[in-house]
Every structure is written in C-alpha cells, then in structure tokens.
Design a binder for this molecule. Sequence first.
Ligand code: SAH
Ligand code: SF4
Ligand code: F3S
Length: 438
Amino acid sequence: MDRQRKLYVRTYGCQMNVYDSERMAEAMGGQGYVSTDTPDDADMILLNTCHIREKAAEKVYSELGRFRGLKAANPELKIGVAGCVAQAEGAEILRRQPLVDLVVGPQSYHRLPELERQARAGTRALDTDFPAEDKFDRLAERPKAPRGPTAFLTVQEGCDKFCAFCVVPYTRGAEASRPAARVIAEARDLVARGVREITLLGQNVNAYHGAAPDGEWRLARLIRELAAIDGLERIRFTTSHPNDMDDDLIAAHGEVDKLMPYLHLPVQSGSDRVLKAMNRKHTAEGYLRLIERIRAARPDILISGDFIVGFPEETEADFAATMELVEAVEYGQCYSFKYSTRPGTPAAERAQVAEAEKDDRLHRLQALLGRQQRRVQDRMIGREVGVLFEKPGRAPGQMVGKSDHLHSVFVEAPVARGELARVRITGSAANSLAGTLA
Ligand code: SAH
Ligand code: SF4
Ligand code: F3S
C-alpha cells in the first residue's frame, strides 16, 4: 500500500470556514489522507479562502506563488483553492496560477474527493456550482475520533439580505437551512466524542427554518431540542441579523439554561441614513428597542456586534450617530472595520469616503468600544460564572477557558481540559479575566 498522504489546510475568514475545513479534512481522511500542520511535507495543500474585504484575492495569489518551490521538490503535490475566493474567482484562478490543480466553491465540498482524484489523474478540476442538496450529507462518513470540548456546527448557510457592501450572498449563495434531524444527529455524535459546547453557525443563523417532521423549526425550537441532549452543556449561535430575532428566540435566552448569555448582533451603523443606504432594513431605534427586549429576557446577556465606518457618503454626523448608538448599547465585545470596496456590490459604485477619514473614525470607534469592553469585563469582578476549560495557560499550573459570557478566564488550579467549573472572578486584564475555583 502507498504511504499515507498528508493534507495541509490553511483557513482564512469566518467560523464557517473553520467548520468547512474540518469537514474537508474528514472527507479526505476517507481517501487515506492524514492532516499535517505544515505545508512542507504535504501531498495536498488546500487554501480555504475569504473574500469579505479588499485584496483578498491578491493575497491568495501571492500565497499560492510561495508554494512553487514545494511543488518543484514534490511533483506529486496537489494544490487546491476552496472558500469564497474560489467561488468569486472560479476558473480565473486556474488561468492565472498554473500551480493550482483544483478549485472548489463552498457549496461543492462533497465533490472534493472526486476533484482530487481527477487532479491526481492529471486533469485540473473546477466546481463552483450551487447544487440543491446539502453538501454535508454527501461528505464521507466522519471518523469517530475524540474531540475537544467545543465544536462548531453549521445549521444554515447563505444569505438573502444583500446588504449593499457585502459579498456573502454571492459567494455563499441563497439562504438554506439543514434539516433539524441532521443537525440533532450531528450534535449527538459530537457529544458522544467529548464535545460539551456547540456553537451553531450560519451567515444568518437566526433566519434558520429547517425541515422537521412536524413542519419547519425556527432557531429557538432547534435550540430547545438540542438542550435536551445529555452531556451537551452549552449552546451558542452566530451570526444573527436584527430582523430575524423572533419572540421565541428572545424568550429562549431567558428560559434555556444551556443557552449562553452572549449574543452577536451586528448593527453596522447608528445612522438611519447610512443603514438605509446599506439596505439593512432596520433603524437604529429599532435595534435599540430590540436590545432592550433581549436584556429584559436575560439581563446579564453580553452583547457584541460588527461595525463598518466610512461607508460611501458617511458624514461626520452619521458617524456621530454610530458613536451615540454604541454609548446607548454598551457592548461587551465588537468587531469594527473600515468600509472596503467589493466590486460587484451596489456600494462599490457610490462616492467613497477618504481613507484618512476612515482611519480617523475607526480609531475613535475602537477607542470607545475598547473602553466599553473593559468596563463590561471589570464588572465581572466578584461574580461567579461557569468556565469551560480548554487548554493550559502560559504560566505553569495555569488553565484557561471561556466563561458563560465568552470571556477568556485564567485560573491557577488543577482543572482538566473539558471540565466545566464555577469560578469566582478576581481580576480583569486587557483581554481576559482571572479567577479562582468557587
Ligand atoms: N451576517 C454575516 C456577515 C459576514 S461578514 C455575519 O455576521 O456572519 C462579517 C462582517 O464583516 C459584517 O458584519 C461586516 O461588519 C463586515 N463586512 C462585510 N462586508 C464588508 C465590507 N465590504 N467592508 C468592510 N466590512 C465588511
Ligand atoms: Fe452580508 Fe448583510 Fe447577509 Fe450579513 S446579512 S451576510 S452583512 S448581506
Ligand atoms: Fe469570508 Fe466567505 Fe466567511 S467571504 S467571512 S469566508 S462567508
């Protein structure tokens, strides 16, 4: 028999790409590949790419160029491009970069083993179709290897919202939900392999409407059913759109103990004028009312979000409205970006804000968000929270895990990986908390 082939996967972008990379590695495991964490001894290199901001494609091309030497040393080496740049660029990648043997879009991963065989047989392979079926159903039966304490599980993919700045509806396609029974079976399998916390993933996860024996389930129903799985201790979900936060999902935050008090709810801007131009279909006031209702259901919930500064035609007054909204919400965590032009999206055609202006606004916004994050963290001091321990810390005898509110928490105590313990928070640093076992 041939020696085992080695697969090296490099993942960029969002958590869904992390999940997809795991699925692809498992599928290739069924073809005799084992994973390696360096490209140097790989027989196959797969770049799982992201297209969300500018220069993504150029970075992929320069990354690919760096594998030239490896390919010269090992003519058997196959190089593949997956993810959102693969979807957006398609055959252009094969044309521009002769080193590439296969290109596979996010909806075609079930065809990866077949594409790899085709590439090994000497024909460069491409698949960027949007097939109707669930790509995960047809991936090879997953090996029952033990897992760490946390896992992602994709329940929904694609987006129909078409925010004026965003490529996701083009790269991931139309919104689609996986049937409830498949999600539950996958969750049970993960728990049987040692997983105690599952994060449900979707580009618009709260738009979930999966087929179920008694009709369609929304996300809240799915969460309530998952909560009944013995051994599953924590449930999270990301990312949500404000307009899909239905009453039952808000109520679930107050009712389902296993649903963690953390919600990522991007608003992008605090200016109604900009929100309208972004095609967000909600107002700043509507968002603030929604946050109030969520906090009424679960008072200690930590809110996080995404912001874009310097969207085309954003004025200083628009930006001031964003700062005001941030003041009103008090975020525990946030991601903020300068607007980045994406060719093919409606906003790319509009008058752009000067780069220096974008830099200045991002700087001011991040300073405010940083202060809020620290304030929210500091308020945890003296409180007792659950922590799921994941790995040793840097100092000897230290373990680190995530709190219910998704803060990193360090303790100096002999706790095991995968242990869920009550911790009293004693200190707050730049990006983490310290505590002692309660
Ligand atoms: N609904 C998805 C959005 C994915 S993109 C989700 O939240 O998972 C993640 C974030 O990237 C968006 O919320 C937005 O803040 C940012 N983003 C998307 N397109 C962008 C662009 N063209 N320029 C700058 N930031 C962008
Ligand atoms: Fe992009 Fe908007 Fe869809 Fe999020 S909701 S994926 S930002 S189009
Ligand atoms: Fe990037 Fe595609 Fe995710 S563009 S953020 S990898 S959906």
